[in-house]
Design a protein around this ligand. Structure first.
Ligand code: UD1
Length: 372
């Protein structure tokens, strides 16, 4: 079985790594990796290949940044000849970024079967580009691999044939578990002069939080208040960096650099590699984020997580995990952070099948179904 696997943007790498590893170990599968290049900076893409031991891609499409239509169109135009040349038995896409949807459409139109890993997640918020990507990708995929039970319900409600749906667990947690020994040995806390449990981690990159200066300033002011009690490490996404640098009066309160962390305040840094970032999150007192994946990682690590969004497509992180969806109100952010800092840390727990073996389950199902 020849399988083309697609990656493109940062959150794809930790999902594809365990799948490629499991495919490589299977004698019936010949996996190929195609990197669309949606993300291209070393800190957003290159380091993840090393940290997660992902093999060099067979093809890099180098699509880069652009509007949604440009990025989607470029992936489709550049991927089509690769798929025509290779004639794979299957294309595997992961997650919900533009590359995911573009690759799924390209393959489906060439009559190549598509497997979507992390299928069925729905926030109900079509204002998020990722929600459109999820709906389109799921609607044209042949195999829908679901990470949490809400995904089964969502797909069933949309009338998807239940024979296409497979509840397999969470491949991102496979990566977290497989690299546990490595991140447990990371020296990032020493390098930043941090004490376990005495700092928080921030990530922000959703257009709804960072593109409007008023919203971003409100959030940064609230984060500054939290950081007066508990220093916050903030690896800054390139989209957010541009937005922050455009706001003049923030210069004086943000410290950029990778030296020791001041005892209070927000310590802004370049985006981090996977191993150091997992080490940082695992030992933190709280996480404030608008990321999807981090809601899941904090759940397994037992770190309290405040999600600065109005909704989540990952409800199991709220019912089984440590996540709270608090929206983008600065006042609510201050209150919820205070509540966490005043209470003892929760015990970690894991949703069903988030056990580090999701990729093996997926590969076994693919072999069984596709080699018939
Ligand atoms: C994309 C995904 C989002 C995911 C996020 C993780 C879509 C629609 N969005 O959003 O779901 O959570 O990645 O990071 O697919 N840039 C760089 N260097 C890079 C990549 C981007 O400087 O390597 C800058 C560019 O100025 C670009 C901007 O960041 O315009 C945004 O990048 P883009 O890929 O369009 O969207 P993200 O916000 O990263």
């Amino acid at each position: 079985m020849k399988i083309v696997n697609i990656v493109g943007a940062r959150p794809n790498f930790m999902k594809i790594a365990p799948l490629i590893k499991s495919m490589q170990a299977h004698r019936l599968i010949h996996p190929l990796l195609v990197n669309t290049g949606q993300h291209y900076d070393v800190n957003m893409a290159g380091r993840f290949f090393d940290d997660l031991q992902i093999p060099r891609p067979y093809v890099s499409l180098e699509v880069g940044s652009g509007t949604h239509a440009v990025q989607t169109g470029e992936v489709m135009m550049r991927l089509e000849p690769v798929l025509q040349r290779e004639c794979p038995d299957l294309v595997v896409v992961v997650g919900d970024v533009n590359s995911t949807m573009a690759a799924a459409i390209t393959a489906a139109k060439l009559q190549i079967r598509v497997a979507h890993v992390e299928a069925g997640l729905r926030s109900g918020d079509r204002g998020m580009p990722e929600e459109i990507n999820r709906i389109v990708t799921d609607s044209i995929s042949d195999y829908l691999f679901v990470s949490e039970e809400s995904g089964i319900r969502n797909l069933s409600n949309e009338g998807v044939d239940k024979n296409k749906i497979f509840f397999v667990g969470n491949v991102m947690i496979d990566s977290l578990e497989a690299s546990r020994r490595l991140w447990a040995q990371s020296l990032i806390l020493d390098r930043l002069k941090l004490v376990k449990g005495r700092y928080g981690v921030v990530t922000l990159h959703r257009p709804s939080n960072v593109d409007d200066p008023k919203t971003l300033v409100g959030l940064m002011e609230a984060l500054c208040d939290v950081a007066a009690r508990c220093p916050l490490i903030f690896p800054v996404h390139p989209r957010t960096r541009k937005a922050l640098l455009a706001i003049e009066h923030l210069d004086s309160v943000l410290h950029f650099g990778d030296g020791p962390t001041p005892p209070t305040g927000i310590h802004c840094m370049e985006p981090m590699g996977y191993i150091d970032f997992m080490a940082l999150v695992a030992s933190s007192r709280l996480v404030l984020t608008d990321s999807g994946g981090l809601q899941e990682e904090t759940t397994v690590l037992g770190v309290p997580c405040l999600t600065l969004r109005e909704n989540t497509e990952r409800p199991v992180t709220v019912t089984h995990g440590t996540n709270r969806i608090i929206g983008s109100s600065p006042m609510r952010l201050r209150e919820e952070a205070r509540r966490i800092l005043d209470a003892p840390p929760p015990a970690p727990g894991s949703p069903p099948l988030w056990d580090g073996h999701a990729a093996d389950r997926i590969v076994n199902i693919l072999v069984e179904k596709c080699s018939r």
